[in-house]
Design a protein around this ligand. Sequence first.
Ligand code: FEO
Length: 399
Amino acid sequence: MSSFQIKEGIHWVGARDWNLRWFHGPAYSTHQGTTYNSYIIKDEKNVLVDGVYKPFIDKFFEHIEEVIEFKDIDYYIVNHVEPDHSSSFPRTMERLKDDVTVICSAKGKEGIIEHYGDGYNFKVVNTGDTVNIGSRNLTFVNASMLHWPDSMFTYISEDKLLLSNDAFGMHLCVSQLFDDQADDCLIMNESEKYFANILTPFSSILLKKLKEVQEMNIEIDMIAPAHGIIWRNKPTKIINKYLEWAEGKTKEKALIVYETMWDSTELMAKKIADGLIDQGIEVHFYRKSDSDKNDIIKEFLDAKAIIVGSSTINNVIIPELVPLLEELEGLRFKNKIGASFGSYGWRGGATKRIADRLEKANIKLVEKPLEVIYVPNQEQLKECYEFGVRIAHKIKQEI
Ligand code: FEO
C-alpha cells in the first residue's frame, strides 16, 4: 500500500516517476524525477481528482483500489488536460460507472474532446461554481493560462484545502510527500526551478489570480498540487514566494553565462566575475556547454543582471548559447539589466548579436558590448574587471 491520507477522507492515489530525467520532451531537466499526484475524496459522493501519465496507470489504479471501488466514484475532476495528468483519462473512464460526471472548465471540455473524443457526461464549471458532495462543498477557480487555457483549481472550504494542479508544484520524486518531511532547501529550489521554467511567462496572470483568490477570502491550510510536495506546513510560504517571483523581485545577484573557443572569453568572464564579487554581488557562473539549461534559468529568476559572453565564430554567436537566448526571449523575465562580452579573431559579431537578443528579451542593456581581439592582455583584463564593477554599481542602483 502506498496511497496515503492527506486529510480525513482525502487520499493521495497518484504515482511516483523516479526515473524521469526530461519533462516536456527535452525542454525541462528533472534530476530527481517527478510525481503525478491524484486524489480521492470520500464523502456521500466520491470524487477522483486528476489522473497520471499513462505509463503509470497500473500503479494509479492499484492506489485507487486501496481506498475505493471504481464503481463508487461519482465525479472525476480534470483540473488540467496536459497528458502528464490526463493520458490516463480514457482507460480510467472505462473503469468508472457510465454516468460518472466529468467536472472541468469550458476549455478543459474542449481539450478532453480534442485529445480523447466526445461522449462523456461533462459538467463545465467556472470561478465560484460549487458542487456539494455531502459534508463538503467543492469550489472551482478558473486558472486559465496557469499554465494552459484549461487549467483550474479545486478548493474544499471544509478542509481548507486547495487542489492546485500544476501551480505550487515541482518536479521531485521523494518517498515522503509532505513539506515538513522533506528538505526545505531542496523543495524551495525545485519550486523555484519549476516557476522559472514553466510559469514565468504567466506572471501577470498569476498575480491577478492570486489577488482574486485572496479576495474570495478563502482560508488555505494545505495546498496539494499535481507534482511533488504537498504543502501542509508552509502553504503561506509558497504562496508568498509565488507573489515574489511573479512580481519579478530581484536581488544583488548576477549571472555570467558564456561559451568560449580558446579560453579568451572565459578569461574575460572570470575577470568580470571578480569585479562583481569585489563589490559584494552574488555571482553565478556557467559555461553553457557544461551546464544544465534549466538550472541556469532557475537562477535567472531573482538575478538582477544577466551577462552573456561568446567568442565570435563565422561572425555569429557560438550556436550552443543560442537556445538559451531564445528561452530568455520566451520567458519574458521582468526587471533585469544585462550586458554582453566576448573575443573575436578578425571580425566580430557575437557580442552585438547577444546584445540584440538580450534587448528582445526585455533586458535593459547597461554597458556597450565588451570585445577583445584574440587574447585579452593585462590592460584588457583590467577593463573586464572594471566592466564587472560598473555593472555591480548598476545592480545596486536599480534594486
Ligand atoms: Fe503537469 Fe501542465 O502539466
